[in-house]
Design a protein around this ligand. Structure first.
Ligand code: AGP
Length: 367
């Protein structure tokens, strides 16, 4: 069937704006917002009986997986091994038939991810596919399909599929925690309630469009951009950099805040905008020292934080994007939006083909 842009300039813009709705649909597939518990799901394995979870994916889907590693390990004490699929399939890691493997893919057709799936199948593992296309090869070849309900994603730059992947993985991490006894029934209710707030917060963040468009105009004047984040904001920093380079063609890198001193700080000068993704969380103070290091070298900071973080940052920023104060578990979902909007508007200012950037395919079906 036909999908059109509605009244939007690009599919990417439309897909960014669909997020409150599709995140809500996706979450509702896995959790019951009313009772606050996980919905029944026919899993081919028991989270309580596996020793670890293997994850594999490419690009943005890989970064969703990397964020979920923090969740599975934090909430369910379940060790997660994750690789980009092109490494996963060749690195000859020991695999156990008693463990499970999840493959994350919008299209369900990415060649390396599919090859990793088949590799784990051969090792006798139980296979879950977090896919957006229900009729895809990965969906067919898995033991359980864990759908994202993002609807068709046309823009080459993945946006709504990413936040829906995060929604599925967060809900699964909570479920795993309950199964493994690391989350009490009360905590489950609390976490499900927090998840259910994601669509409302996403709607609020979309209203920051004007400010983000203004910042993007400035960003489009630079040649290089550095993204920094800690904890789940580290993969998000890499996602920000990936999104910016793929559609605006501006060189960008995403780094863990703590790695700044180990190399990238050498690049910092007045020509280097640094986008710092830092809600006021348990390691906010550590990120503040990174910002001081950047500011001392003339780096231009664009801080994405909440009101408390903005008040306590104590450094001069070029711009501060203030998001609502959100629960920890949904922070990566909510903070993904300004990251996507920055890339989108910057690309628009650069005049690139936003929905079909050069050299890229929506789905990479050859190795
Ligand atoms: C995302 O913006 C990219 N276009 C790309 O990294 C993509 O996420 C990757 O190719 C994986 O695709 P898939 O989700 O269809 O497997």
């Amino acid at each position: 069937f036909m999908v059109d842009k509605g009244n939007r300039r690009h599919f990417m813009e439309k897909e960014i704006h669909e997020q409150p709705e599709v995140i809500s649909h996706t979450l509702a597939h896995y959790v019951d917002f009313v009772s606050g518990v996980s919905k029944p799901l026919d899993l081919p394995f028991d989270f309580a009986r596996i020793g670890r979870l293997a994850l594999s994916a490419c690009g943005t889907a890989y970064l969703a997986g990397l964020i979920s590693k923090y969740w599975f390990e934090r909430y369910a004490r379940l060790p997660v091994d994750i690789d980009v699929a092109s490494e996963f399939r060749y690195r000859e890691m020991p695999l156990s038939a008693n463990d499970a493997a999840f493959f994350i893919s919008q299209s369900g057709e990415t060649a390396d991810t599919l090859a990793s799936l088949r590799y784990c199948r051969q090792a006798g593992m139980k296979i879950g596919a977090v896919v957006n296309v229900r009729e895809s090869t990965m969906a067919r070849e898995s033991d359980v399909v864990l759908p994202t309900l993002a609807g068709p994603e046309i823009g080459v730059a993945s946006t709504k599929a990413f936040t829906c992947q995060l929604s599925v993985l967060a809900a699964l991490a909570v479920r795993a925690g309950v199964a493994r006894g690391t989350i009490s029934p009360d905590q489950e209710k609390q976490l499900v309630r927090e998840l259910s707030e994601a669509p409302r917060f996403a709607t609020q963040v979309l209203k920051l469009e004007e400010q983000i468009e203004r910042i993007s105009r400035e960003l489009s004047r630079y040649k290089d951009v550095l993204y920094l984040g800690r904890d789940t904001n580290f993969p998000l920093a890499m996602e920000g950099a990936l999104k910016l380079k793929e559609i605006s063609y501006i060189h960008a890198e995403g780094y863990a805040g703590g790695e700044l001193k180990h190399g990238p700080i050498a690049l910092i000068d007045e020509n280097m905008p640094v986008i710092v993704i830092a809600p006021h969380d348990r390691i906010f103070e550590k990120t503040v020292s990174n910002m001081q290091e950047v500011a001392a070298r003339g780096g231009k900071i664009i801080l994405i934080t909440d009101a408390k973080g903005a008040a306590q940052a104590g450094v001069k920023t070029m711009e501060t994007i203030i998001l609502p104060d959100v629960p920890e578990i949904i922070a990566p979902i909510i903070y993904a939006l300004p990251i996507q909007m920055l890339a989108y508007f910057t690309a628009v200012f650069m005049g690139t083909d936003v929905d079909q950037p050069r050299n890229l395919a929506k789905s990479v079906t050859v190795e």
